[in-house]
Ligand binder design. Sequence first.
Ligand code: PLP
Length: 369
Amino acid sequence: MISLNQKTLALPASGIRRFFDLVLSAGHDVISLGVGEPDFSAPWHVRESAIFALEKGFTSYTENAGLSELRTEVSRYTGQDIYCPKSEILITNGVSEGMDLAFRATIEPGQKILVPDPGYVMYTPLIELAGGIPVPYSPLDLDSLRNTNANAIVLNFPGNPLGNTFSLSELSRIALLAKQHDWTVFSDEIYQALTFQGEHTCFASLPEMKKRTIVFDGLSKSHAMTGFRVAWACGPEHIIQGMTKIHQYSALCVNSIAQVSAIEALRRGENEVEKMKEKYLSRRNMLIERLDKMGLSFTEPQGAFYIFVQVPNKDDVMFCETLLRDQSLALVPGSAFGEMGKGHVRMTYAESMETLSMAMDRLEQFLSK
Ligand code: PLP
């Protein structure tokens, strides 16, 4: 019989998935604010470009690093000509693959990597698979970064699940620490286009940071293209070349049709992104108002499409289970995002205003009992 190896056996199932198996068994009346995925379809002109590419028979492998036209568009989109399309950009199957490649290409066994807590569920397992040791820090308290002997740090801003971002002075503080401790910086900026307060600053654009930083961004969230699986990693040439070696053995390249659509999205998708962003912003404002009225505490979101709310009775798993049973409303327990997420729940506002409003009615009713 085939058996799983120890590393795979030791991997925990995602806390989000585990909870959503429960949701699936809960019936059809359930409102779910659980999945971190836009409720919009990809813009029509982007879908149309995929149809044209198929019609034209664009069905072969592309360059391992991705179509050169796409890398040129990524370089322009990332701004300020920071990255050379020929040597410093790799097109990946989502930020998920990009970060996996980066961890596998750079982490030595036993190295400590600072990860946000609460933070996105992918970082810890992928770092462990790469042989590293994740060390949690709070993205809301940069003092938690002092006195660590880590080799690298994962940044995520705007962040999932907190919806937080970093001001320029906070980024400069992190940059100073990165210099002092000689950190590699894995900067997950997948929500950068959905920044509501102030301008997003790419971490690599800070003085002296490009040489130690790998930046990740993609089209899943900003352009509502989760299923296309197109993203990119940008970094120093030797790191991108190393990641490309692993990518060429494990994936060869990203789907050719999806890459053509990505070019279209980056060239002509800006208006659609702005429209979706406006919708997210008004939904966010509505949620803030409703949650405030219910007397709940939360981190005010500055970007992405999540709001992280403190639950009254501290036990987030029990809170979510009871809420699901009593009101058919599904939220994600904060503990799925790390130790420091305990006592909280994550709600996504990538849902229609009508659905969100009904969800808030149910939550209000639940809390009034
Ligand atoms: N990074 C963060 C912070 C996310 O929230 C997600 C998806 O939810 C991802 C990366 C994965 O993105 P992709 O679809 O590009 O793999």
